[in-house]
Design a protein around this ligand. Sequence first.
Ligand SMILES: NC(=O)c1ccc[n+]([C@@H]2O[C@H](COP(=O)([O-])OP(=O)(O)OC[C@H]3O[C@@H](n4cnc5c(N)ncnc54)[C@H](O)[C@@H]3O)[C@@H](O)[C@H]2O)c1
Length: 316
Amino acid sequence: MAWLGCFTFYFCALKAKGNRMNKIAVIGAGTMGNGIAHVFAQFGNEVNLIDISQDSLDRGIATITKNLDRQVSKERITEEDKTNTLSRIKTYTDLGEGVSDRELVVEAATENVDLKLKIFQDLDSKAPEGCILATNTSSISITKIAAVTGRPDKVIGMHFMNPVPVMKLVEIIRGYATSDEVTKTIMDASSALSKVPVEVNDYPGFVANRILMPMINEAIITLHEGVAGVEEIDTVMKLGMAHPMGPLQLADFIGLDVCLSIMNVLYDGFGNGKYAPCPLLVNMVTAGKLGIKSGEGFYSWRHGTKELVVADNFRK
Ligand SMILES: NC(=O)c1ccc[n+]([C@@H]2O[C@H](COP(=O)([O-])OP(=O)(O)OC[C@H]3O[C@@H](n4cnc5c(N)ncnc54)[C@H](O)[C@@H]3O)[C@@H](O)[C@H]2O)c1
């Protein structure tokens, strides 16, 4: 009966291959979207990268190329891997064209509830019926996003960490209606990218940002109250708590606009004053000081990310 074993093995292998998604769309080519496109393409998937702005797409591809170059120079991948990865990414400014034949869409557009609800309504009418719709939102309710679609069982949170090609964690968030099957498919898809998926439930901020963001906000309040300067606060947390970087530097990496949106989601979601965003954070976002992506936040990034230079506003 050895042939039966062989046949069963062959059939299962085919089935597993058949079940593996490899037509992916990523919406948003910013900080997170280009990283998500990078890892999916690096692990052999065909990726359609979609953004409303051609400039963002161009910058996204330039960032992916630069990050692949770094991986080549560190001998983590070969020059051929780099070429193959880039050849698997196509760019689109039209959502319908980009998702029409996809099996999985990962949305990584700007953190704004109304924008995400609109994108998921569009996705529901433009992506194939069986396509799983994932969102990389840092904090917005998956259940709320799912509710604007006709397929809430196929909507799930797939929360990658920044920088995506480096960070191992993917927080997988089940909405109220997300099916077991879809959860398993996305857990497996994350493992196939050599990431470690962790399943959590849908509450404001999930786990990662419910804990991280109030700490960053508290660091900004500490600065705002004049308890200590930018460098002092970051040094206390780096050397005292063994954090790889201080909370103010991390806020600049994440983007202060993203930090503010997440604090607002926590504040609205729990109705508790302890989550009120610091007025200094609100002012900086209003003034367009968003961190690395705008060139200045708590630090000045105009001369690159190698050296930490405190922004003029926070110099003593
Ligand atoms: N920055 C982080 O560290 C981080 C970490 C984890 C998750 N996230 C989440 O990832 C998502 C993206 O954040 P980001 O930091 O990459 O933002 P970003 O501002 O760097 O990029 C957002 C991109 O979305 C594009 N966009 C806006 N509206 C669009 C639309 N309708 N269709 C297509 N593209 C559109 C913008 O042009 C921009 O290129 C957010 O939900 C954020 O909360 C961010």
